[in-house]
Design a protein around this ligand. Structure first.
Ligand SMILES: CC(C)(COP(=O)(O)OP(=O)(O)OC[C@H]1O[C@@H](n2cnc3c(N)ncnc32)[C@H](O)[C@@H]1OP(=O)(O)O)[C@@H](O)C(=O)NCCC(=O)NCCS
Length: 211
């Protein structure tokens, strides 16, 4: 068990690693191609696309925070690292012993199980960190694609926060809180019946890495 999350994680189809400043062009291309899709749910996307220099600085900031053990933003790449398929992260903003997973996927690559695969890998990585007892995923109650990810992974829905006071004031929302406790972590390695059905239907592995 480590003291902090790993710098990189490989799954069956994805390479998650700490962002680097030099990822700025790939990051910007992915965001530009996904703007409408991201703006629907992510306030940071309202001010995108940013200047490439500013993006490089932001990614360098993510790398610095990662190394300092403060916050863990990962780029989601194809296995060769040529394309940004999205972003994810483990965020310590819910108190001691809790990490929250966030994610976005490039608009051209949705509905292929990538968010589920990334979140599964990061949830496992989170429980490999000493002192982490819970992993949470929160989303707008209207964001069905996002809520589908913890549901597929077997995270219980533990709370609905009505008119969430932490939501940006421009976007009032009810927030769904999905939470997996350390004692429930075995759910992450048990593909749901639904996942298995997908695999059979599409002939490709989804959601689970082969470990
Ligand atoms: C939310 C998001 C990351 C999901 O990424 P994804 O890779 O398409 O998700 P998955 O393929 O792993 O889907 C997992 C499950 O979510 C649900 N889901 C995904 N897209 C959906 C859609 N368009 N409509 C309804 N349900 C959907 C399904 O239950 C799906 O499982 P299934 O394919 O077996 O039916 C992606 O849509 C996105 O980037 N959205 C914009 C940013 C965002 O909302 N981020 C989350 C903020 S909390």
């Amino acid at each position: 068990m480590g003291s902090r999350p790993p710098e990189e994680v490989r799954t069956a189809r994805l390479w998650l690693r700490c962002w680097r400043a030099e990822d700025a062009p790939l990051f910007l291309r992915a965001v530009e191609q996904s703007l409408r899709h991201l703006r629907a749910w992510l306030p940071w996307a309202d001010s995108e696309p940013s200047d490439p220099v500013e993006v490089a600085q932001r990614l360098a900031g993510f790398a610095a925070a990662f190394r300092a053990g403060e916050n863990w933003h990962y780029g989601i790449f194809d296995p060769g690292g040529r394309q940004v398929l999205g972003g994810s992260g483990l965020h310590p903003r819910r108190g001691t012993g809790v990490l929250e997973i966030g994610y976005w996927i490039h608009a051209h690559h949705v509905r292929q199980g990538y968010a589920t695969e990334a979140a599964q890998a990061l949830a496992r990585a989170a429980f490999d960190v000493h002192g982490i007892e819970r992993v949470e995923i929160r989303c707008d109650a209207r964001n069905a694609p996002s809520a589908g990810v913890p549901r597929r992974l077997g995270f219980p829905l533990v709370e609905t926060i009505r008119a969430d006071p932490e939501a940006p004031s421009t976007r009032p929302r009810d927030t769904l809180v999905f939470r997996l406790e350390r004692g429930e972590r075995e759910r992450l390695s048990a593909p749901s019946a639904r996942q298995s059905a997908h695999e059979g239907a599409k002939g490709a592995p989804r959601g689970a890495d082969p470990r």
